[in-house]
Design a binder for this molecule. Structure first.
Ligand SMILES: Cc1cc2nc3c(=O)[nH]c(=O)nc-3n(C[C@H](O)[C@H](O)[C@H](O)COP(=O)(O)OP(=O)(O)OC[C@H]3O[C@@H](n4cnc5c(N)ncnc54)[C@H](O)[C@@H]3O)c2cc1C
Length: 266
């Protein structure tokens, strides 16, 4: 293979590039990322970085020494042509590939009626949210999943007045049994978070909040693959080796965008 293109400069994209070099791929390696930042770690964005305990120096992902790759930031891939094995970028460049790694991650699910609300996925989202979490600010988090629960816990520790509105009867009800949800609910309350469980809100206008944070899950970033020969259904459908269905053996997917069979859950 002469050139491998990795689309997505997040955790999965960076680790794919490092692994290719470690496994002796010596051709051209191009990594395309649509954010302006070098690869960074998202977990601290709802925890240490959001609270201000860590600054930006601690969120960058460590890159292997001497990783020889062409990292192009602030550029999006907008299409894949399976016939010509080419990725088209939003600066008009068409990049032929011998191998393609799709690692475009996921984006927060939008909630109609909450246009001005905040979501948390990127470093820039976290920076903006951090400045709003002033002591005494009224913060409503919609969704008691992982991100919503973490934002609520961080915000209340920063002195905000925090409530969570959740349609289901328990926090994290989709992933944990009820008994765990009860423990988490008790923990939130003990920390001073108000829980409005089993409630649905239709509009931010119905909330008395200075900051509204939406945390109702993510959708895989696959819009740019429309028109390709790949099978896309709630992610890039892969076999158990992460080879993308429809990719003619040249395309793999990794990370949050990949939908691969898991014998434990499927
Ligand atoms: C606030 C927060 C806290 C989290 N905490 C935890 C935790 O505690 N534990 C845990 O296990 N997981 C946690 N996660 C989830 C974890 O961060 C993700 O599973 C992980 O980032 C997935 O990596 P990825 O590389 O697949 O996707 P991403 O990290 O999303 O990277 C994909 C990159 O591709 C870019 N991209 C998208 N489309 C294009 C395109 N067309 N062209 C070019 N680039 C594109 C995206 O902008 C992004 O930069 C957290 C996530 C968030 C947001």
């Amino acid at each position: 293979m002469d050139r491998i293109v990795v689309v997505g400069a997040g955790l999965a994209g960076l680790r794919a590039a490092e692994t290719l070099r470690r496994e002796d791929f010596s051709g051209e390696l191009v990594v395309i990322g649509d954010e302006p930042h070098p690869p960074y770690d998202r977990p601290p964005l709802s925890k240490q970085f959001l609270s201000g305990a860590w600054d930006m120096d601690r969120v960058w992902l460590r890159m292997e020494e001497g990783l020889d790759f062409d990292l192009r930031l602030d550029i999006s891939a907008v299409a894949v042509d399976s016939d010509t094995s080419t990725v088209t970028l939003n600066d008009g460049i068409a990049l032929p590939f011998d191998g393609l790694v799709i690692a475009t991650g996921a984006s927060p699910r939008a909630l109609p009626g909450f246009d001005d609300a905040v979501v948390l996925r990127t470093l820039d989202d976290a920076r903006r949210l951090r400045t709003s979490l002033q002591p005494g600010a009224r913060v409503t988090v919609v969704g008691a999943g992982f991100i919503g629960s973490e934002v609520a816990a961080t915000a209340v520790a920063m002195g905000c007045q925090v409530e969570i509105v959740e349609a289901l009867a328990k926090p994290l009800a989709r992933v944990f049994p009820e008994v765990v949800g009860d423990v988490l609910a008790d923990l939130h309350r003990a920390n001073g978070v108000t829980l409005r469980l089993g409630e649905v809100v239709d509009s931010a206008d119905d909330l008395e909040a200075d900051v509204v944070v939406i945390g109702i899950g993510v959708v895989p970033n696959t819009a740019w693959l429309g028109g390709s020969a790949l099978t896309v259904e709630n992610g890039v459908v892969c076999d158990e080796t992460c080879a993308a269905v429809g990719g003619a053996g040249r395309v793999v997917a990794a990370g949050d965008v990949a939908r691969w069979p898991n014998p434990l859950f499927d």
